[in-house]
Design a protein around this ligand. Structure first.
Ligand SMILES: NC(=O)c1ccc[n+]([C@@H]2O[C@H](COP(=O)([O-])OP(=O)(O)OC[C@H]3O[C@@H](n4cnc5c(N)ncnc54)[C@H](O)[C@@H]3O)[C@@H](O)[C@H]2O)c1
Length: 355
């Protein structure tokens, strides 16, 4: 498979390196508007062609698939032109800048019988695969919550806020692990420096009383990548910065044994063993790009296809809508599309909890 990569800034070199390492793929051309990228590319991959003109990739008859590794506001236009020219598309997260753009690309790819894969890199990590296994085999029991802290100092983006930059990781992981669409989203955030929210908090309400929270922050003095997932049977802590014991599963829980009289609740706390399961050490991007090749050659649907990318964009759009309305709850219908906003949804949930 002959690949053209558009965008050779921060993330592009990782895409080129990992495509290059695949037996069946060849990166034939890299395009970036910035001519300085050529020197960086040639130092590592002298045989790969470079151009400042993305049309040379989009119009080329010798390229089968295009990787779009440019800022989010360019994804739609570049992916659309690649699909129109009969090329499969690997596009960075977040898939598009709006739900409408994502829907259009999915329809176009279907019509042309082409694949779209959205770079939800974390879904290919050993840690996320292990967590999904623990959910699927019932080890955690019914899920209660997903709580993620993804904070660091910078890198401030000029075109998007911290939610669009960092939260796609958590939202795609949630989508994969919870395997359901949120019913409502509440978000809040504040702009301190460059006109975009640099600190933000998102709360997502899923069916089955699963609640999720994501804290994303560009102004944190330390880098933290920690997620807690609580279930009825077990709870886990995933520290992605821990090289040896990324996931720790705790046999801890709380059980209410008497519900008849609110004042006579029998609460029992379970505090058993902790274990750290073996997490396969794989380079996620390498596994993901190998899967891209496999999906194209075997004509199978990627788990991180256009609709998966769109579900994340729907959550991002809903979060943006909630922030713009000073943290009103944005309701989503069954397929995750924002429906309406309103405090009454909060009130209803509060009443449910009290009742
Ligand atoms: N999956 C991940 O973990 C991950 C990590 C980082 C970034 N990303 C994503 O990768 C994308 C790029 O991010 P980045 O940090 O590399 O950005 P960046 O600004 O460092 O690089 C983008 C590059 O694209 C080039 N460019 C822009 N428009 C172009 C066009 N039309 N034609 C050719 N070149 C063009 C720019 O000159 C720049 O060199 C974003 O969508 C980002 O969300 C994903």
């Amino acid at each position: 498979m002959r690949i053209g990569v558009i965008g050779y800034g921060y993330w592009g070199p990782n895409i080129v390196r990992n495509f290059h390492s695949q037996d069946n793929c060849q990166v034939t051309l890299v395009a970036d508007h910035n001519p300085k990228c050529e020197e960086r590319l040639k130092k590592v991959f002298p045989s790969v062609g470079f151009t400042t003109e993305e049309n040379q990739i989009l119009n080329s008859k010798d390229i089968d698939a295009v990787a779009v590794v440019t800022p989010v506001w360019t994804h739609y236009e570049l992916a659309k032109r690649a699909l129109e020219n009969g090329k499969h598309v690997f596009v960075e997260k977040p898939f598009t800048y709006s739900v409408a753009q994502g829907e259009e690309l999915i329809e176009l790819a279907d019509r042309k019988n082409l694949k779209i894969m959205v770079d939800h890199t974390f879904l290919f990590t050993g840690a996320v695969r292990k967590i999904r296994e623990l959910v699927d085999n019932g080890s955690l029991g019914d899920l209660y919550y997903y709580d993620s802290l993804r904070v660091n100092l910078g890198l401030l983006q000029h075109d998007i806020n911290v939610i669009w930059d960092l939260a796609p990781h958590d939202l795609s992981i949630m989508d994969y692990i919870i395997q359901d669409n949120p019913e409502a989203i509440v978000a809040t955030g504040e702009k301190h420096l460059n006109g975009h929210e640099d600190v933000a908090f998102i709360t997502l309400y899923f069916p089955r009383k699963i609640i999720a929270h994501v804290n994303v922050n560009w102004l944190s003095p330390v880098k933290v990548r920690t997620t807690l997932i609580g279930g009825e049977k077990k709870m886990l802590v995933w520290n992605d910065l821990d090289t040896d014991e990324k996931i720790k599963v705790y046999d801890k829980g709380v059980a209410i044994t008497n519900r008849e009289n609110l004042h006579q609740l029998l609460v029992s706390y379970r505090s058993g063993d902790m274990w750290a399961p073996q997490v396969p050490q794989v380079e996620a991007l390498k596994a993901e790009l190998s899967y891209f090749f496999e999906c194209i050659t075997q004509d199978s649907t990627p788990l991180n296809d256009g609709p998966a990318g769109l579900r994340v964009v729907k959550m991002l759009e809903a979060a943006a809508q909630s922030i713009s309305k000073r943290s009103e709850a944005v309701l989503l219908n069954g397929n995750g599309r924002p429906k309406q906003t309103g405090w009454h949804w909060h009130e209803q949930r509060i009443l449910e909890h009290c009742g």
